[in-house]
Ligand binder design. Sequence first.
Ligand code: NAD
Length: 488
Amino acid sequence: MVSRVIPVDPFDLVIFGGTGDLARRKILPGLFRRFVAGQMPATARIIGAARTKLDSAGYRKMAAEAIEEFGGIGSASADTLKAFLDQVEYVAIDAKGKAGWADLQKLMQGTGKVEAYYFSVAPSLFGDLAERLQQWGMADKDARIVVEKPFGRDLVTAQALNATLATYFDEKQIYRIDHYLGKETVQNLMAVRFGNMLFEPLWNAQYVDHIQITVAETVGVGGRGEYYDRSGAMRDMVQNHLMQLLCLIAMEPPARFDPDAVRDEKLKVIRALDPVLPHHINRGQYDAEPGNEESHPNYRVAVGDPRSKTESFIALKTQISNWRWSGTPFYLRTGKRMSARSSEITVVFKETPHSIFAEDAGRHRNVLSIRLQPNEGITLGVTIKEPGPGGMRLIDVPLDMTFAEALGEDAEQVDAYERLIMDVIRGNQTLFMRGDEVEAAWAWTDPIIQGWETRGEVPKFYDSGTDGTTDSHELMRRDGREWRKVSP
Ligand code: NAD
């Protein structure tokens, strides 16, 4: 079997912030990989647009370096890279002023192609860009805008941003990116749930004991300290990425795999989420790495605020008040400087109602784990008899499907960004957040954050290289459960 590349219509993609970190690390290398895969039409153009003073030749040079540095190049030849760069242009532009807009307008006039504008700039410029696009006649009804995270920092700011964008664009034209939704396994989650008869009948409070979602990083805040300290794990990870994963694991089957049917069901999950009680959530800040205090300082040193109350780790328990999930806890956890880089969703099923085996055979539970990174794949723990004589002793063995192994060459490594950009060109919004979803997620998150502020709560320290605060383990232990080990 050979992977199928479905061609997309000719397009012009303008990357506002085209000289920035995200454009260099993800967007340009991703687009180059699509070019190599044969998915980029020959008439497509990529137009970098940023404040940096550059001409197209300078931008192509920068793009080539970024593609080489950030892994887009693979085994592609210099000629292939050159052919790609021939489709790349640059306009120096000021989102807040007049400079460059007439040039961009000229480039985009009457092309007859799909027009997409990627807002890869600071969120404070999103409104300016939308307004300028309209002023300069580029907000046609078929144009699409791609909006990066963070989308607001609370409900009020998200509502204001939605309102601003709605002044210039219809909801059908707005693609709010959450790159977690572009991950292969996240889509596989839907394929596993709704493409198999096996799981869905068991996917409810009657058979599921609890669900865990862990997104663990080994890195600290790095050079993003100042930005990160203004948001923290709740705003940076839980409100968007973990919430999206929770929605996909908990939602009802949509009637069709189409954007609004899927997003309607996700929205219902968010709206049915219980408020989180103060003792069902705990926060942490990482400590310095012993022996490496200089290069791996503690969180407060890293962000340059000795009194920071922002969390780099969070663990919480929530419930979904609906017929399917009533009584089933969902445990969410994410943090920096944890023991391994790993994102995993785990569905822990209940024990059998009655064991026919002797006491010492042990009680066992099926565990379905869906690994987002690394080693994307799905493992189902099944209980079997321990081989050999000596009676009926039970052990758990994994039925393991690592996609790279199971699919071989077909497990084409498509990065989330390149997949999502191609979806924008195709006009498919399924994997993008709708405005009401984002607002509902903030409506759930806001009271949690306000509670910390009102109570003056300070996160506790946890050791670098561990799996978070001791309180987070206590949160589970109190319920007679434990977190899955974070393993690479
Ligand atoms: P960056 O600071 O590296 O780049 C900013 C870009 O915006 C530069 O190209 C700069 O020239 C341009 N710019 C700044 N002011 C401008 C103006 N007035 N007019 C025109 N262009 C202007 O930022 P980044 O890290 O690339 O992030 C871009 C967006 O993507 C942000 O919203 C960020 O939150 C989001 N994001 C970034 C990452 C990442 O890994 N970098 C991850 C997720 C989301």
